[in-house]
Design a protein around this ligand. Structure first.
Ligand code: MIC
Ligand code: SF4
Length: 641
């Protein structure tokens, strides 16, 4: 039987397991990336493994999230990352060099290779035919040490593209359309392959926008073929030698095929507070806008910003709108400056921010109270912008410019002619923002500032557990609910005790104190619990607060792996109605957990009602052992790599 692109790459990297959907498989990982907000923890974990040099083909440490230095913390962490990278054989992308996914695509990614990154948007690499996954920091640390990456063999979905996008309709609108069709949980357990004749009409940055936002579907990853367009992109980056063609076999089988005719799409917009809350831009026309932000790892390429500059040229941003533009990389910013496009952006009244995540993660540029903010980003979760009552919408760069100029939501198709924009066929190559590791790291001193606190201790799992239900939440709880980010908290990503004060702050500010005083605790969630980011802090912090088990209707892929890695037992309801019968403050007693895990189900008694409920545990032998050891770090230390 023919293979899909993903199946071919998986087969070439399979360490163990059968390629049957639902089975656990282990993959050899060629490349890793970390960013600073998850990287400090990942390298602390790597250091405890006692492995002198990384064993991957390439590992890169980026600094792009915590770039606002309002105290010593971030600067200290940057020095830690720079020195730990130099010591252990990791390339270091300096602050200002750009957003990890954009830079990795430009300078390091290779078709047909496997990549895991401690950031959920690592699938951006699928834009050039990489099999790229977001993962928790500990999984990345293990891969840097040469260990395999374990995933559940996914189903295969195909999106068949026909036709060609019309002017002012973009790859972002394709992403929003697929989110409208599938929802934020529609991709869970699947790899999404993009194919069909429409693919050849999309550039690499456009493809990367689409694979980047596949994360919002909950997909394991997303991938495009590697073709002439990929070759030309790599050649323009001086990397033609990295090109390999990749396509699916004509008789490859897919579990689901969705067809999208690019020529019929319209500009789309995701409304607050979920990326799948999608309608057409024209249906919201006239809504007043306070702020517009252009950038983030999904829409900050040279192609995106050349279009933005061409649309802004000779015009002025509405006096009621504050417009920010953050280029994705130093390469993008330099090339915008060299061709004069940067002057057009500045002359319009835009505020140009540094090449970093910035407003996307609440690192500055928070909207005004109840402000309407249109962003070319990938997430609009409640509170993520830093302003809890802000109304954040997700749009394409073209729709963003239309709103910035008019002061209201406007269909960009009404802007008139799309100015012609041509992306140069060779990029300006200057890798001085990436520092190579020391040839022999043994003499490198790793610099640790006082911000770096000890890794929290995970407890091995006992055979029984009696614990209070300290929190009950609903469906689609994101990691931004569990462990919020933003400029005020992000500097403390290597200080779990400090972070713990903010755990579940968006849902219930009393949670941290309640959890601590309960001792052992259980959290109850709805479906798609833990969607969004890869931050393992959303598992480590609850673990620090005593959470031993999370019971949900269903889990998001990266988060459930992070829970297991942190030694927290993830269970699902055998009978979905039991979710409704549980109340915060009750106690659950779970007996014979170990044998229950083997059988796939554990019985719990609810106190005070005495009701018995069945909870499912869909865990592999390896995951059961990790839980019994009290997490992946303890398991790895016991030489199980
Ligand atoms: C995000 O977009 O939510 C982040 C911030 O990039 C996270 C990583 C983090 O929390 O540090 C992600 O996507 O994994
Ligand atoms: Fe950075 Fe935003 Fe991309 Fe996350 S989604 S990596 S915060 S730009």
């Amino acid at each position: 039987m023919g293979k899909t692109i993903a199946q071919k790459i998986i087969a070439a990297h399979l360490v163990s397991g059968e390629m049957v959907p639902g089975n656990e498989i282990a993959l050899r990982i060629d490349q890793t990336l970390t960013q600073d907000a998850t990287g400090t923890m990942a390298y602390l974990e790597f250091e405890t493994m006692g492995i002198p040099r990384v064993r991957t083909e390439l590992s890169v440490a980026y600094v792009d999230h915590n770039t606002l230095q309002s105290g010593f913390e971030n600067a200290d962490d940057h020095r830690y990352l720079q020195t730990v990278a130099a010591k252990h054989g990791v390339y270091f992308s300096r602050p200002g060099n750009g957003i990890c996914h954009q830079v990795h695509l430009e300078r390091f990614g290779k078709p047909g290779k496997t990549l895991i990154g401690s950031d959920s948007h690592t699938p951006t690499g699928g834009g050039i035919g990489m099999l790229a996954f977001g993962a928790g920091g500990l999984d990345v640390a293990v891969a840097m040490g040469g260990g395999a990456y374990y995933i559940t063999m996914p189903k295969m979905f195909k999106v068949e593209l026909t036709g060609k996008l019309r002017p002012f309709v973009t790859a972002k609108d394709v992403s929003l359309e697929i989110l409208r069709i599938l929802s934020v949980k529609g991709g869970v357990g699947a790899i999404i392959e993009w194919g069909g004749p429409g693919v050849a009409t999309l550039s690499v940055p456009e493809r990367a926008t689409i694979t980047n936002m596949g994360t919002e579907l909950g997909a394991t990853t997303s991938i495009f073929p590697s073709d002439e367009v990929t070759r030309a992109f790599l050649a323009a980056q001086g990397r033609e030698a990295d090109y390999t063609p990749l396509s699916s076999d004509p008789d490859a089988q897919y579990d689901r095929v969705i067809t999208i005719d690019l020529s019929t799409l319209k500009p789309m917009i995701a409304c607050p507070h979920s990326p799948d809350n999608v309608v057409t831009v024209e249906s919201l026309k006239g809504t007043k806008v306070d702020q517009v932000c252009i950038g983030s790892c999904t829409n900050s390429s040279l192609q995106d910003l050349l279009k933005v500059a061409a649309l802004l040229k000779g015009k002025t941003v509405s006096p009621n709108v504050s417009l920010s533009v953050s280029p994705g990389s130093r390469q993008v910013l330099t090339m915008l400056a060299d061709c004069g496009a940067l002057s057009d952006i500045l002359a319009s009244g835009a505020r140009v921010l540094e090449c970093a995540c910035g407003p996307c993660i609440g690192m500055g540029f928070s909207p005004n109270s109840a402000g309407v903010s249109l962003r070319t980003f990938n997430r609009n979760f409640l509170g993520r912008s830093g302003t809890k009552d802000a109304q954040v919408y997700l749009v394409s760069p073209e729709t963003a410019v239309a709103a910035a100029l008019t002061g209201e939501i406007t269909d960009p198709m009404l802007l008139g002619e799309m100015p012609g924009v041509s992306v140069p066929n060779s990029f300006k190559i200057d890798d001085s923002g990436v520092l190579a590791p020391a040839a022999d790291g043994s003499d490198v001193e790793v610099l640790r500032g006082p911000n770096i606190k000890e890794f929290p201790k995970c407890k091995p799992m006992d055979d029984s557990l009696s614990a209070e239900l300290v929190l009950k939440v609903g469906d689609n709880i994101t990691t931004d609910h569990i462990m919020p980010a933003g400029a005020k908290i992000l500097p403390y990503r290597s200080n779990i005790p400090f972070l713990s004060q903010f755990c579940f702050g968006v849902c219930d500010q009393a949670f941290p104190e309640r959890a601590k005083s309960a001792g052992d605790g259980i959290v109850i969630g709805g479906s798609n619990y833990g969607q969004g980011s890869s931050r393992e802090h959303a598992a480590l912090v609850p673990m620090y607060l005593g959470i031993r088990c999370v019971i949900a209707k269903s889990f998001a892929r990266i988060h459930v792996a992070n829970l297991i890695n942190a030694g927290i037992l993830p269970l699902t309801f055998a009978c979905a109605e039991d979710y409704g019968s549980l109340e915060q403050g009750q106690t659950l007693t779970l007996e014979q957990i170990w044998s229950g895990m083997e059988k796939g189900a554990v019985t719990a008694t609810v106190n005070p009602t005495g009701k018995k409920i069945t909870l499912l545990c869909d865990l592999t032998q390896r995951q059961r052992e990790i839980l019994k050891c009290g997490g992946l770090l303890n398991y790895t230390k016991e030489n199980h790599t």
